[in-house]
Ligand binder design. Structure first.
Ligand code: ADP
Length: 450
């Protein structure tokens, strides 16, 4: 099976636009009638439903942002009675109080379909086993992948996140072809396999579907080698539906993830002005859910920074998005320079001797913000150097290590424009994922304030 829904996934562009425009017009009328929040905001903005005829009219409408979801907590943005929903989920609350989302039966069907499309794009087929290591519960990851896997006809193994011993046992004994989890947890699993001397070739798994947090090519390389898989990106957020808003195709890895835009219409806008940006430019990703019934969202400001573009020569007609650089609220501003942790990750991958395991430590020294970075050196590299003690001062470290340190400082300065206090540390000394998302920033400024 090349596509889960061949007709829609390869729908010619003009037909796709027509479908989106029809769906958008219906959505606008539906929300205006059913959700007082939208009626009030559109009236304040002086827009009538009849003014929105196509997706090109979207910029006339105001954005919906996370605080609006919190102000309407828990159910005031629902467009159907709560009794008509069949499931509630909530965001994992990474950045504050969780936000609630509800699903009608049709919404759950849509969710399952977009996950099934994503699974096929990842290289899954009916009959394969899917070890689902995303957390089950209020988080949309576990149940979302579960239902999509079942719809496709996979054999789903609902392990949930964490429980590393059990994950490894099932990988060996149940012999799944596919695993899904966060990229940081896949790093952890790769390392645990190596630590136990389990060779990736002895496993049956060939595909890892990774998402729920930003990751870069360095992690892809580590996980692909460490687990013997093709690592494919899945993106989503609970407010829009959950995982499966977009997905990479396994044969087009590294060229972006297809957004299932018949259901989720994307825009990229300037993070400061909210103005639409041209195709390919980086900005904040904004989604309008075109088909949801229980809690549709109009122009939802995801806070995620990326770009979107069409690749007309590729397998599907839907638009692609690049990797998420980070959330705009994860952006650090150090001495006036904007920085996402993934930018440091990007530089690290240029060094064969380093692992994509790192931590950014931000502190305040008077009025000045300071940034320190810890990066792990590969075990083999340290062994080759006679295991120097990395706690010692740089001056007494072997030349090779001092040169590596100097080269990293220089490259970070060149690429990011900041001089950072970098320390090279032993492999395994930086916290690992316990099964879910891993926070790679330790912000000492925040803990002081709290
Ligand atoms: P929370 O916002 O509480 O973490 P979610 O579990 O809904 O709640 O997480 C959605 C967010 O996770 C997205 O907005 C995005 O920031 C991040 N995310 C999800 N998938 C990816 C991915 N493939 N790459 C980068 N970031 C991702």
């Amino acid at each position: 099976m090349k596509y889960f829904n061949p007709e829609i996934e390869t729908l010619p562009f003009d037909k796709l636009r027509k479908l989106q425009n029809e769906r958008l017009q219906k959505l606008v009328a539906y929300l205006y009638e059913r959700v007082p929040f939208y009626k009030k905001r559109w009236e304040e903005a002086g827009v009538r439903p009849a003014d929105i005829k196509s997706v090109q009219d979207l910029p006339k409408l105001p954005f919906t942002r996370k605080p609006h979801l919190r102000e309407n907590y828990p159910f005031d943005l629902f467009a159907i009675p709560v009794k008509d929903t069949i499931r509630l989920h909530a965001s994992s609350g990474t950045t504050g109080k969780p936000t609630v989302v509800g699903y009608s039966r049709k919404d759950i069907d849509t969710f399952s379909e977009v996950v099934a499309r994503s699974l096929v794009a990842s290289g899954c087929q009916p009959g394969m086993k899917l070890q689902n290591a995303y957390g089950y519960g209020l988080f949309t990851g576990g149940l979302g992948m579960h239902y999509g896997g079942e719809l496709l006809g996979m054999t789903v193994i609902p392990v949930s996140g964490g429980m590393t011993e059990r994950q490894l046992l099932l990988l060996q004994d149940f012999r799944p072809e596919v695993i899904c989890c966060t990229p940081s947890y896949a790093q952890r699993l790769s390392e645990e396999l190596a630590a136990r001397g389990i060779s990736p070739e002895s496993l049956h798994v060939h595909t890892a579907i990774l998402g729920a947090e930003p990751w870069t090519e360095g992690i892809r390389t580590q996980v692909e080698a460490g687990m013997g898989v093709r690592a494919v990106n899945i993106y989503g957020l609970s407010e829009i539906i959950g995982p499966g808003v977009s997905n990479e195709d396994y044969e087009e890895r590294g060229t972006g993830s297809y957004i299932w835009e018949d259901h989720f219409f994307p825009e990229v806008v300037d993070k400061d002005t909210g103005e639409p940006l041209p195709e390919g430019a980086y900005g904040v990703l904004v989604f309008t859910t075109l088909t949801k019934e229980a809690m549709p969202l109009m122009r939802y400001w995801t806070n995620d920074i990326t770009n979107i573009y069409y690749e007309h020569s590729h397998k599907r007609t839907h638009i692609k998005m690049g990797p998420i650089r980070g959330r705009s609220d994860d952006m650090l501003i150090i001495r006036g320079v904007n920085l996402f942790p993934t930018q440091v990750e990007d530089v690290i991958q240029d060094f064969d001797q380093l692992l994509p395991s790192y931590q950014l430590i931000v502190s305040r020294d008077g009025a000045m913000d300071r940034l320190a970075v810890k990066v792990e050196v590969k075990e083999g590299v340290l062994r080759a150097m006679g295991r120097p003690n990395l706690e010692q001062q740089t001056a007494v470290l072997p030349d090779a290590l001092r040169n590596l340190h100097g080269a990293l400082v220089k490259k970070i300065k060149e690429r990011i424009g900041l001089t950072m206090a970098i320390s090279l540390v032993e492999p395994g000394s930086i916290p690992r994922s316990e099964g879910g998302k891993l926070n790679r920033v330790l912000d000492l400024r925040k803990s002081k304030k709290e």
